[in-house]
Design a protein around this ligand. Structure first.
Ligand code: GLN
Length: 460
């Protein structure tokens, strides 16, 4: 098929189903022009990259010059960036065709996409259920065949948990492996951009396009990365599983997990061990404290990153009478949703003099202990496996008024961000009690992203 045909087919699919799913906030009016350009270049015999002409959905946290970038917030309604995020620029350069911008929790704060200022996204498997978050739009678009590939961002699980609840593949690269330039910052020490796709090979192909050093991101690694698509192809033979040591964390209580999620996880481990992998119990005693540390570190960094939305430089301005400070306060009052305000208040409190050591300081110590747990574990095993999240897709509205329950959903995804290690969620089947998708997560040492593509492809 030509790129125009593929792009038109996805636009038709969006027109048919997105009224119910609401994965997209904006559709690219120039998608067919970009596709036609690729077809013309291919026709002229130009050698193009493997993904040239393939449509791509882009999470709205990533800034784009030709489409608005709101990060799911009213405060950025209609905002047009003067530059493309590096991952977007690299995707365009590789000939990918941007289809549109996908829905997300406001500023990527959430696990259900219900915190979007533009209304929730619905899970294509069951429209009354959440598609995960914060990148529920990207995952739902891929699961509903509205897009073959999508970009997401993962600060505490926002690529992997949506992948888990929609039966898709989500990869959070090693911190610094993919540029954050032009990704509207949530928590800069935790944020990573990565692919959301239907297969591990697709994720590898997209990662190959977006990854690698970028001088515009001061935390970008200068490593020469191997081809992740090749790693996925290698993994697909299954040979990688012979003698592979897969660690399972002994301290993770079974009680926190839905029965069907635990059962799917154990069944996946049985299959892996039947193919020659060795399942090794490992100790990571601080893993389960990741949620507590994260929900201090993240609000602290977010409160600082969101200070720039001051009514002067970007987006919304509410012209309240009085001083410039009154204008800023009125703008932030009107422009930010409840979850964002909750985290700004939490974060400024945790950072305030007198409380800093007790909250932010302690959380940073826990972060170090989690990193040490991983170092010790990876001295014994090649990868660690966990369920990607404690439950399958819950009902819209079920946890929206209970922030703590919402936060606990991130139990297994958060530690990878705190330690900067890569993590992938791969579908492992359906839960028996509700027939909804479940994912298995693999974690590897920093820089061992290729290992996750090998193991992920051997598992799917
Ligand atoms: N659910 C987590 C949060 O609310 C993760 C968010 C993310 O990865 N962007 O912070």
């Amino acid at each position: 098929v030509s790129s125009v045909e593929a792009t038109q087919a996805h636009l038709d699919r969006i027109a048919a189903v997105d009224g119910d799913i609401h994965a997209f906030l904006h559709i690219n009016a120039h998608a067919l022009d970009a596709a036609a350009d690729i077809d013309r270049r291919r026709g002229a015999g130009e050698s193009l990259s493997p993904l040239a002409g393939v449509p791509l959905a882009i999470k709205d946290v990533l800034v784009t010059t030709d489409m608005p970038s709101t990060s799911g917030s009213k405060i950025l309604e209609g905002y047009l960036s003067p530059f493309d995020a590096t991952v977007v620029a690299r995707s365009r350069a590789a000939g990918l065709v941007p289809l549109g911008k996908t829905n997300m929790d406001e500023f990527a704060m959430g696990s259900s996409t219900e915190h979007s200022a533009y209304g929730p996204t619905h899970n294509p498997w069951d429209l009354e259920r959440i598609p995960g978050g914060s990148g529920g739009g990207s995952a739902a678009a891929v699961a509903a065949f509205e897009a073959p590939l999508a970009l997401g961002s993962d600060t505490g699980g926002s690529i992997r948990q949506p992948a888990h609840v929609t039966g898709t593949v989500g990869m959070k690269p090693t911190y610094g492996g993919v540029s954050r330039y032009g990704a509207i910052a949530l928590a800069s020490s935790l944020d990573q951009v990565g692919p959301v796709t239907r297969t591990v090979l697709d994720a590898g192909l997209l990662h190959d396009v977006i990854g690698g050093h970028d001088h515009n991101d001061s935390t970008s690694l200068t490593d020469a990365w191997p081809s992740f698509a090749d790693a996925a192809r290698e993994g697909a033979t299954g040979a990688v599983l012979k003698g592979l040591k897969i660690g399972v964390i002994t301290e993770l209580p079974d009680s926190g997990f839905q029965a069907g999620v635990s059962a799917s996880f154990r069944a996946a481990l049985d299959l892996l061990s039947a193919q020659g992998a060795e399942i090794v119990p490992i100790s990571a005693p601080h893993f389960e404290y990741g949620v507590a540390a994260y929900y201090l570190i993240l609000p602290a960094e977010a409160s600082s990153n969101l200070a720039k939305f001051d009514s002067v430089r970007f987006g919304l301005r509410v012209n309240a009478p009085g001083t410039v400070e009154d204008v800023m306060a009125a703008t932030r009052e009107a422009g930010f949703g409840d979850e964002v305000k909750r985290r700004i208040i939490l974060g400024t409190y945790a950072l305030s003099a007198g409380y800093y050591d007790a909250y932010y300081g302690s959380a940073q110590k826990v972060r170090t202990l989690i990193q040490r747990d991983f170092d010790a574990a990876f001295a014994q095993v090649d990868v660690i496996a966990t369920p990607s999240a404690p439950t399958t897709a819950f009902k819209l509205g079920e946890k929206i008024n209970d922030p703590l329950q919402m936060y606990l959903n991130d139990l297994t995804t958060i530690p990878a961000n705190l330690a900067g290690v890569p993590g992938i969620s791969v579908p492992s089947g359906l839960a028996e009690e509700d027939g909804l998708p479940v994912g298995i997560q693999f974690l590897a040492p920093a820089r061992a992203d290729a290992q996750l593509y090998r193991v992920g492809a051997a598992t799917e």
